[in-house]
Design a protein around this ligand. Structure first.
Ligand SMILES: NC(=O)C1=CN([C@@H]2O[C@H](COP(=O)(O)OP(=O)(O)OC[C@H]3O[C@@H](n4cnc5c(N)ncnc54)[C@H](OP(=O)(O)O)[C@@H]3O)[C@@H](O)[C@H]2O)C=CC1
Ligand SMILES: O=C(O)[C@@H]1CCC=N1
Length: 261
């Protein structure tokens, strides 16, 4: 599959790395436009302008949302002949993408960073996309992890707040678990190592298990034991669930503001 990538920073290069590793895209079939050269997976070609020659199968948009109009002013005419525009920008919906880049079928996506390992989530919103466009997008996204289409814009936005931002929340949780370990007497380096290994093992276990996270928590917590004493704190009325409800609500609110432009 031939790609042009307009903007290839943290998120787009995570996707590119997995696309190259999985073989769904060959390095020689990719042209990246960034404002400055940066280290890219597979040493793919990069330049300040899109290449001459025929349009690719897919144009991937990996710039920041606030850079959309500026990038469109420069690249709109070259992109017009491409069949598909796949955006990872938080905010602009397919209609706004098509206004910026008329021509291709516009697909709004929200990936997350673990796509780099093929263990990410890609939420997709393109309710009017024809079947052939959806099939191409499915083929491109399949190696990245869980791929979920949301025809409903509100559900797509909610999923994006959860999966797009979620890795950062989990990274914070790892740090917070380590900080808790330090507070009860561990040295910081050991606390960081123990916290990360605990989260990694527990995440792998819940992914592999047929039991729910709640059932697994009960399996850890002996009646009247240490874990139950800790869970009682997390399960307080002002504990973990309301904290994450507020966290996701804040991300979703900011996403809605960004969608308005
Ligand atoms: N980071 C994440 O986890 C996620 C990010 N996203 C979305 O991905 C997008 C990119 O985010 P992220 O990768 O973190 O940001 P980065 O800043 O790392 O990447 C943006 C890239 O776009 C390039 N760029 C900026 N303006 C232009 C332009 N006019 N023409 C060509 N290239 C340009 C930048 O190049 P230079 O540095 O040279 O200016 C940079 O390489 C955002 O829209 C964000 O909403 C979505 C889900 C998750
Ligand atoms: O923080 C952001 O706006 C982007 C979208 C989701 C993750 N990073």
């Amino acid at each position: 599959m031939r790609l042009w990538m307009i903007g290839c920073g943290n998120m787009a290069s995570a996707m590119l790395r997995r696309w190259l590793e999985s073989g769904v895209v060959a390095a020689t079939d990719v042209d990246v436009v960034n404002r400055h050269d940066r280290a890219l997976p597979g040493d793919v070609r990069q330049a300040r302008t899109l290449p001459d020659g025929p349009a690719p199968d897919v144009v991937v948009l990996g710039i920041k949302p606030q850079q959309l109009d500026e990038a469109a002013a420069v690249h709109r005419e070259r992109v017009r002949a491409a069949p598909l525009l796949v955006s990872m920008l938080a905010g602009p919906d397919p209609a706004r993408l098509s206004t910026a880049f008329p021509g291709p079928v516009a697909i709004q996506t929200m990936p997350n960073l673990p796509v780099e390992l093929g263990r990410g989530v890609v939420a997709i919103h393109a309710p009017d996309a024809p079947v052939e466009a959806r099939a191409t997008v499915d083929r491109l996204m399949a190696p990245l992890g869980l791929v979920e289409w949301f025809d409903d814009a509100a559900r797509f936005a909610a999923a994006g707040a959860l999966s797009g931002c979620g890795p950062a929340f989990l990274f914070r949780f790892v740090d917070a678990l380590a900080a808790g370990g330090v507070a009860i007497g561990l040295d910081p380096a050991q606390a960081a190592a123990v916290a990360l290994a605990t989260v990694e093992g527990a995440a792998a276990m819940v992914a592999a298990s047929e039991r729910s996270p709640g059932a697994l928590a009960d399996a850890v917590a002996s009646p009247g034991g240490m874990t139950r004493a800790g869970l009682n704190v997390l399960d307080e009325a002002a504990g973990l669930v309301p904290l994450l409800e507020r966290t996701l609500a804040a991300s979703a609110k900011r996403g809605a503001e960004m969608a308005k432009g």
